[in-house]
Structures are given as C-alpha cells and as structure tokens.
Design a protein around this ligand. Structure first.
Ligand code: NAD
Ligand code: UDP
Length: 318
C-alpha cells in the first residue's frame, strides 16, 4: 500500500517542492499551510490530484486528521530574516507550540517525524565549516533570536520526544537553499539580488559583502530530506543538509550580475545586527549516513532560478 505523508509548510518554497517529490515517489500527500509566507500558486498544479489533499490550517492550533499518516515532515515556519522584525511572536509560537502540535500528530499516528531546523541553530559561528557537534554561538536576546532560538527549542523538543516518549524522529539543519517558487519580495538574498539584477535596479549588498554563505539548489535539498526520512540509520540523528561550496555575498552579487548581463550598480547597505559572518556546512555526516551530497552547481541552479524569476516578473507586468 502507498505511504501517506503529512507536509506542513506545503505552500512554501521548499514544502511545495517536497510535495512534488513525494507524489512522484507514489505517496499520498496531505498538505498543511496557513498561507502566512506561502503562496497558493506553488501548489495550484497539485489541486484535483487524487493523491493530494490540502488543509488550510495554522499549526499553532492542534491538528486532527481523519486519515492515517505514515510520515510527518514539519516545515511550517517563516524563514526570511526580513520577517523576523514583522512576525517575531508568530515565528516563536510556530516553532514551539506549533512543533508540539505536529509532534503530537506523529505520536498519535505512530508516524515517523522529521523536523526542518536550520543552520541558524549555529548562530554566528566561530568555527567553519559547521558540523553537527558544534553547539553554536547564538545571541538569545538579539533580533534574530525569535527564529534561531525557537528553532533550537524545536530541536530540543524533538529530541526530548525521541528520548522520553518513543518518537521515531530526526532533525535536519538546512543551510541556505534557493530555487524557483521563492517569493519575489521574500527579502532573502537570492530573490533580492535576482529581481534587482533582472530589473536593472541597484543590487543591495549588506555590510561590505565579505560575509559568506553556501547555496544549495532546492532539488538537491529535497532529495536529501527524502533520504533522511527513509534511511533507517538516520533515526534519532541531527544532520546538516546544504551545499558546502562557500562564497562571499559580494562574489554572489557579482555572479548574478554577470549571469544576467545586468548593468545594475552594486550598492552597500548596513549589515543587519547579528548577521552571521560565515556559514558553510560540514556534510560528512550526510555523506556517511545518507550517501547524500549536492549535485547541482550554483551556476546551473542559478540559471534555472533566474529563468523562473524572469518569467514571474514578466507575468507580474502583464
Ligand atoms: P517559506 O516561507 O517559503 O515556507 C514556509 C511555509 O510555512 C509557508 O508556506 C508558510 O505559509 C507556512 N507557515 C508558516 N507558519 C505557519 C503556521 N503557523 N502554520 C501553518 N503554516 C505555516 O520558507 P522556506 O524557505 O520554504 O522554508 C521552509 C522550512 O525550511 C522552514 O521551516 C525554514 O525554517 C526551513 N529552512 C529554510 C531555509 C532556506 O534556505 N530556504 C534554510 C534553513 C531552514
Ligand atoms: N543580504 C544582502 N543583501 C540583500 C539580502 C541579504 O547582502 O539584499 C545578505 C545578508 O546580510 C546575509 C546573506 O545575504 O549576509 C544571506 O541573507 P539571507 O537573508 O538570504 O539569509 P540568512 O543566511 O541571513 O538567513
């Protein structure tokens, strides 16, 4: 019999790609989202499919399902630093009470549970690359704490249920991921740089652009998420998923400018407080336990992403 998976955050960027992947694998998908930062358009193509059911629901409220689920992927949470200022309490409650509610669904159904955490759990790291054994360097009262501390809480809650209540759970720490279906006005670096370059507007580098990030294409990430859920060796584990190819934000801006053939100027804006200065995943554990590593080079992933953004921007004008 086919498996049934519950995906929260299903109308978002990563969640919608995960739904596609699970359906391609022959699973039934129950998708949950409150459309906070998600977009109905991301899942419009799935509407009417026999194996797909959408439930509009906010995970801060308990969720009762009227059919059995085998796997639970908890991705619901705003993720853009631009939202940390606007929706801090919502983010904190989603990653605490919301995670508790979704773990309870997994417990009730004796389903396997996967928590989508983040590289932000490492805060502004003092070591590079970051491996899962590093405890992080997080400002618990800083402007990003609504996100990074609540994600750390979600990890602690997941581990507590694994240790004390028999939850079959696992945690991934996702590093910067990009691709089609990111919100154009999301505020993260990929939508900002790509829309700015394609429209000829100034490209806004925060700080001096020497901070680093490592960008993973979404299909690589989704493949890793699926492997994490289905690998018996991943039970109870915390694993980084990301692309270890690191670059400075300035190099990234130049790459997008050059790829788009844009004559946008690069301008400098203040670096947000506590913006991590370096970020690069150590994926030794993902390689060893899952046999996973990214395959899409950033140049290739950007080509697909920029084409998609271009089409979306054209549509918005028409
Ligand atoms: P996104 O904003 O596109 O998707 C998040 C989805 O969750 C949205 O559709 C939103 O409407 C939904 N959501 C938020 N709060 C909810 C709630 N209370 N109830 C129901 N639905 C809710 O962001 P994304 O980039 O797709 O991120 C997905 C997950 O991956 C998040 O948990 C995020 O923290 C994590 N993550 C993403 C990245 C990345 O680079 N994209 C990096 C690290 C971690
Ligand atoms: N950034 C930038 N210009 C922008 C948006 C972001 O220089 O218009 C920088 C940001 O300061 C950070 C990096 O790009 O150093 C990645 O930012 P993003 O918001 O995408 O995610 P983060 O990794 O900070 O969660």
């Amino acid at each position: 019999m086919a498996y049934t998976s519950l995906v929260t955050g299903s109308a978002g960027f990563i969640g919608s790609h995960l739904c596609d992947h699970l359906l391609e694998k022959g699973e039934r998908v129950i998708a949950v989202d409150n459309f906070g930062s998600g977009n109905k358009e991301n899942i419009n193509h799935l509407e009417g499919k026999e194996d797909f059911k959408f439930i509009k629901h906010d995970i801060r409220e308990p969720l009762k399902l009227d059919e059995k689920v085998d796997f639970v992927y908890n991705l619901a949470s705003r993720a853009s630093p631009a939202d940390f200022d606007k929706f801090p309490v919502e983010i904190m409650m989603t990653n605490s009470l919301g995670v508790y509610n979704i773990i309870n669904v997994a417990m009730e159904h004796k389903a396997r549970f996967l928590m989508a955490s983040t590289s932000e759990s490492y805060g502004d790291p003092e070591i590079s690359p970051q491996s899962e054994t590093y405890w992080g360097h997080v400002n618990p009262v800083g402007p990003r704490s609504c996100y990074d501390e609540s994600k750390r809480f979600s990890e602690a809650l997941t581990m507590t249920f694994i240790r004390h209540h028999g939850l079959d759970g696992r945690i991934i720490r996702i590093f910067n991921t990009y691709g089609p279906r990111m919100r154009l006005d999301d505020g993260r670096v990929v939508p900002n740089f790509v829309t700015q370059a394609l429209s000829g507007n100034p490209m806004t580098v925060y700080g001096d652009g020497s901070q680093t990030r490592s960008f993973c294409y979404v299909s690589d990430l989704v493949r890793g998420i699926y492997m994490m859920m289905h690998s018996p060796k991943a039970k109870g584990e915390v694993i980084n998923l990301g692309n270890p190819v690191e670059m400075t934000v300035m190099e990234f801006a130049r790459l997008i400018k050059q790829k788009s053939g844009s004559d946008s100027e690069i301008v400098f804006k203040p670096l947000p407080e506590n913006d991590p200065l370096q970020r690069k995943p150590d994926i030794t554990k993902a390689r060893g336990i899952l046999g996973w590593e990214p395959e899409i080079r950033v140049e290739e992933g950007l080509d697909i992403t920029m084409k998609w953004f271009h089409e979306r921007m054209q549509k918005a004008i028409e």
